[in-house]
Design a protein around this ligand. Sequence first.
Ligand code: CP
Ligand code: NVA
Length: 305
Amino acid sequence: MENLVTLADLELEDIEELFDLTDKLKQKHQQGTEHKLLAGQTLGMIFQKSSTRTRVSFEAGMFQLGGHALFLSANDIQLGRGETISDTAKTLSRYIDGIMIRTYEHSDVEELAREATVPVINGLTDLLHPCQVLADLYTVQEVRGELQGLKMTYIGDGNNVANSLLLGTTKVGMNISLAIPEGYRPEKEILATAEKQAAKSGSQIEIIDDPLQAAQGADAVYTDVWASMGDEDEAAERKQAFKDYQVDQELMAEANEEAIFLHCLPAYRGQEVTAEVIDGEQSKVFDEAENRMHVQKALMVELMK
Ligand code: CP
Ligand code: NVA
């Protein structure tokens, strides 16, 4: 593994290894045992969009590994004034040991990964959110002890999180059912890649209109915001389009009794999910958020050590 741009680039074995290392690092952290595996190393974190979890989990994680993390707001570095991605990649590679980037255009991350000589991690683009889905899969595995054959249900917008869920679940052999209205469905190319992966892993993919049908027999029910970062000006129109796509108790009742509720956060109670569900017993959203840090620490060790 040289970079993490998309989960499609990982082998199943890479994910298994990553989760084994995550178990170890999480345990060390909980026991208060030092694990400074990246002592002396620096991660640069370029942010063109807001973040709570991604920024803090990478920064705290890097500190726990004995390294240092630099917050680079795209507006404050020359990238925001028109310096090229390529020149930014080449310059940063002379100073630091890894780059995490959160931006709009997915092709910008691909270019950064091509031009940098240090590992590049995708911290979210309009197309994908791979670090999130690694933490999501890890959270399911923690609860259920396995992933193969379990069912993930996703309700709502066919956005970056939905795209990465398609790529992640079909890598590990989970079945995935997505209830997404026409016009908001995942990119054709992503779906084609997921279908290829599914043919290898045995996963089943279903994309339908009906949320209750999608939730039937689910082991994990997932939703995300109706308007992602960059879609704010469509918020009113999207509220209308997704009004029947709220995860509530009625929908959770269609899932398996022991099903968990996941959300990448930030969440908007009363829109994509009711307070009753996200604050209820089946919700694992804060374990999921915590696991971002543990999984990303393992990822940085695999990539940068
Ligand atoms: N889930 C997630 O990526 O959260 P932030 O936008 O707060 O980083
Ligand atoms: N789909 C959301 C995820 C936020 C973590 C967004 O892109 O805004």
